[in-house]
Design a protein around this ligand. Structure first.
Ligand SMILES: Cc1cc2nc3c(=O)[nH]c(=O)nc-3n(C[C@H](O)[C@H](O)[C@H](O)COP(=O)(O)OP(=O)(O)OC[C@H]3O[C@@H](n4cnc5c(N)ncnc54)[C@H](O)[C@@H]3O)c2cc1C
Length: 399
């Protein structure tokens, strides 16, 4: 068992993954320096779904009360044929998730989740946060890791965790295995006052509309006062960043063949923000080097079609802290963490890729998918069992 106070750990990135990792490590007694390139913590106005395999870790970290105050517990998932406007299936989440997995399924804004983690991290005596600290160089030769921030501020650590997201600089510097690639899918998103949405769309449900080369997801967040809307299209538009402004007319054109009800919701989005979805091919053996490891999107960026990117970062965090506390040799601990997490996150990456093509099927293939979904809707228990491997994971009891 490692003596936690004898190891210095630097976490690069203060997103959901970096903050969750800092908290999990601090709870085990490690001292953490977290480097965040921005000048304050802020998150984009968008929603996120947190399934029980992630919510149980957040509750363990003491954030249950915050989640209950700010999140929504959706009753289920509605699946619709976006072109015909017909419901294909209704999958219950309440009471299924808590009955079967002992933790709720939440929908929450990224900023509500992020601020819960950030407040807990800032209040923890073992966590030292440096803002405006942009990591520009990392050197590792088997001994301590040398990290440079802002071109000229040198630091050393026994361990470095790269949690700097899909465009990870630390990954580029250490692994030199190229950048994440554009997937050909674009997300158009908006967070609107729930009263501005068509009345039939204000329910406490996750709603998924499927159409040819397009889909639409919406669910309430902010204790039910706001609606998060994400429309996904296929295009060759490719720009790094989360906040490019989209053209509502262009969006309407991409959904022109759809039913009137979802098109009304698209109009309610006003001027959406756009983001190009980037990822990597599913990789069951991602790894770090020497005393450096990766976590969250830096390690295994994925399409959002299983709603698991942040949840995987949260699972990673708990397992990483557990492995560092369990092993005397920190390098062995990091490789053990990667060996535990690789198969799990690779399978989830693959599942999200599979959903990408499944959601966007056209012609007869789309028709066949809709028939299969209607059949699944008639037996939702069986449908949910397909995802048992995903939601049943309990990293608190087993990595
Ligand atoms: C449309 C969409 C919907 C999604 N829906 C869901 C969902 O429902 N459920 C779910 O679980 N996931 C979802 N995700 C995925 C989720 O958003 C990501 O997986 C998650 O945010 C990854 O967190 P992270 O901490 O690894 O990276 P990030 O959130 O990207 O954080 C990286 C941090 O590192 C900082 N940083 C970057 N470079 C440097 C540097 N060089 N030096 C210092 N700091 C640096 C950044 O400023 C940032 O704070 C969705 C994603 C998208 C695009």
């Amino acid at each position: 068992m490692q003596n936690p106070s004898s190891l210095s750990i630097i976490v690069v990135g203060g997103g959901i993954g970096g903050l969750a990792a800092a908290l999990c490590l601090a709870r085990k007694g490690f001292s953490i320096t977290l480097l965040e390139k921005r000048d304050v913590f802020k998150e984009v106005g968008a929603g996120i779904q947190i399934s029980p395999n992630g919510s149980r870790v957040l509750i363990e970290l003491g954030l249950g009360k915050h989640l209950d105050q700010h999140a929504v517990r959706p009753a289920g998932i509605n699946v619709f044929d976006g072109v015909k406007g017909r419901q294909l299936a209704r999958i219950p989440l309440i009471p299924y998730m808590e009955d079967n997995y002992g933790a709720p399924y939440y929908t929450i804004t990224r900023s509500d989740l992020h601020s819960a983690l950030a407040n807990a991290a800032m209040a923890h005596e073992n966590i030292d946060i440096h803002f405006e600290s942009y990591v520009t160089a990392v050197a590792t030769d088997g001994g301590r890791v040398a990290i440079t921030a802002n071109e000229n501020e040198d630091m050393f650590a026994d361990i470095m965790i790269g949690a700097d997201g899909v465009w990870s600089a630390t990954r580029k510097l250490v692994l030199e295995d190229g950048a994440a690639e554009y997937t050909g899918h674009t997300a158009w998103r908006a967070l609107i006052d729930i009263n501005k949405a068509p009345e039939s769309m204000r329910c406490a449900m996750v709603n998924l509309w499927l159409g040819p080369k397009t889909h639409l997801v919406h669910y309430p967040v902010s204790s039910g006062t706001k609606l998060n809307i994400v429309a996904i299209t296929e295009s060759d538009w490719e720009k790094e960043g989360w906040n490019h402004r989209g053209n509502p007319k262009e969006l309407a054109g991409l959904f022109a063949g759809w039913d009137a009800a979802p098109r009304e919701l698209l109009r309610a989005m006003g001027r959406p923000l756009k983001w190009a979805l980037c990822g990597r091919q599913p990789d069951y053996n991602w790894h770090g080097i020497d005393r450096v490891t990766l976590l969250g999107d830096a390690a295994h960026p994925m399409l959002p079609y299983l709603a698991q990117g942040a949840v995987m970062a949260i699972e990673d965090s708990y397992v990483l802290a557990q492995e560092l506390a369990r092993h005397d040799d920190p390098v062995q601990a990091l490789r053990s963490y990667e060996n535990i997490r690789g198969p799990r996150t690779g399978k989830v990456q693959q599942g999200a890729f599979d959903n990408a093509s499944h959601y966007h099927l056209t012609g007869m293939a789309g028709h066949a998918r809709n028939l299969a979904l209607r059949a699944a809707g008639a037996a939702p228990g069986l449908f949910l069992k397909r995802y048992h491997w995903l939601y049943s994971k309990n990293v608190l009891t087993a990595g």
